[in-house]
Design a protein around this ligand. Structure first.
Ligand SMILES: [Zn+2]
Length: 301
């Protein structure tokens, strides 16, 4: 009897654990992003691919900027595509939609589509640079229509952070020959990101009553190549499951279209929260350069 109960308990625990797992997909923006700081581009790419493989992350998406495609950049994206990762559209020149006309923006997007199609895992997913989806009704609706007509998905994010600023702090410390403790740096990176991830998940629970399939925004950078495995380990230990980018966009919130014109966009959960009346805390406190400066100085240097 005792044994049966014990087995039942294990089964129940396993079942409920899998059933309730929070889910997120991973995306890296701005690839092939400027390199030659800590790693060169090829080393960064190989390290990222190896680490993802070692940690059983089957597929991530690389939102790519086609203007960055010199021969080294092309090789880098080929490495990602050959490893089975998605190459997707992040425009040709990474424009700020708040400062560009609709027609110029559309042309920039189409140009990227043409250049990025050469990669065998190219998918029609579009990520707006700076998450800015148009600061007028004409621009916003213009791009919504263009994406729809060309069979694109608006590859929104739900989990926002300033990982790019952590990279800046890291590269500056390297350049200044600061004595960096990599264990402290790892802990800092993982801690800041996990905090922001759980913050947006709590926001989703509050406004949707459930944890949606999330999309994590990260960038293709050295710090990402160094610590993505540690981040994945920590997330899994907290009950998260890593899913593919295309799985993430099967969530109902993929169809959500706010009526609001947002000059700055916190991500899809932030949009929903704003529409439900939340006006404060749409960005996690770590989406702030000063906050990260202070913590980096205290916890890493
Ligand atoms: Zn970007």
């Amino acid at each position: 009897m005792l044994k049966t109960n014990h087995l039942l308990l294990i089964l129940l625990t396993t079942f409920s654990f899998n059933n309730n797992a929070k889910e997120l997909a991973i995306s890296f923006d701005d690839s092939p992003r400027f390199a030659r700081g800590y790693f060169d581009g090829q080393t960064r790419a190989n390290k990222l691919i190896e680490t993802l493989k070692k940690h059983n992350v089957e597929q991530v998406a690389f939102f790519s900027v086609s203007k960055n495609l010199d021969s080294e950049g092309i090789n880098r994206l080929k490495l990602y595509a050959n490893a089975g990762h998605i190459i997707a559209n992040h425009t040709n020149s990474h424009p700020n939609f708040n400062q560009l006309d609709l027609i110029d923006y559309q042309q920039d997007f189409i140009k990227a589509d043409k250049h990025l199609r050469q990669f065998k895992t190219y998918k029609k997913l579009f990520r707006f640079p700076y998450l800015r989806e148009g600061n007028t009704v004409e621009k916003r609706d213009g791009m919504r229509t263009t994406l729809e007509q060309l069979g694109y998905i608006n590859a929104y994010i739900t989990l926002n952070n300033y990982d790019w600023y952590i990279e800046n702090l890291f590269q500056k410390a390297i350049k200044d020959n600061a004595k960096l403790n990599f264990d402290k740096l790892r802990k800092f990176y993982v801690d800041v990101l996990v905090q922001s991830i759980e913050y947006y998940d709590d926001m989703a629970e509050k406004h949707l009553g459930r944890s949606p399939k999330h999309m994590l925004l990260l960038h293709e950078m050295d710090i990402t190549a160094l610590f993505i495995g540690d981040l994945v380990d920590e997330l899994r230990s907290r009950g998260w499951k890593i899913i593919s980018p295309e799985q993430a966009y099967t969530d109902e919130i993929a169809h959500y279209k706010t009526d609001r014109i947002l000059k700055h966009n916190p991500g899809r959960i932030g949009e929903i929260a704003r529409d439900k009346g939340q006006t404060k805390g749409l960005w996690h406190e770590s989406c702030d350069e000063n906050y990260l400066d202070i913590r980096f100085a205290k916890e890493v240097l």
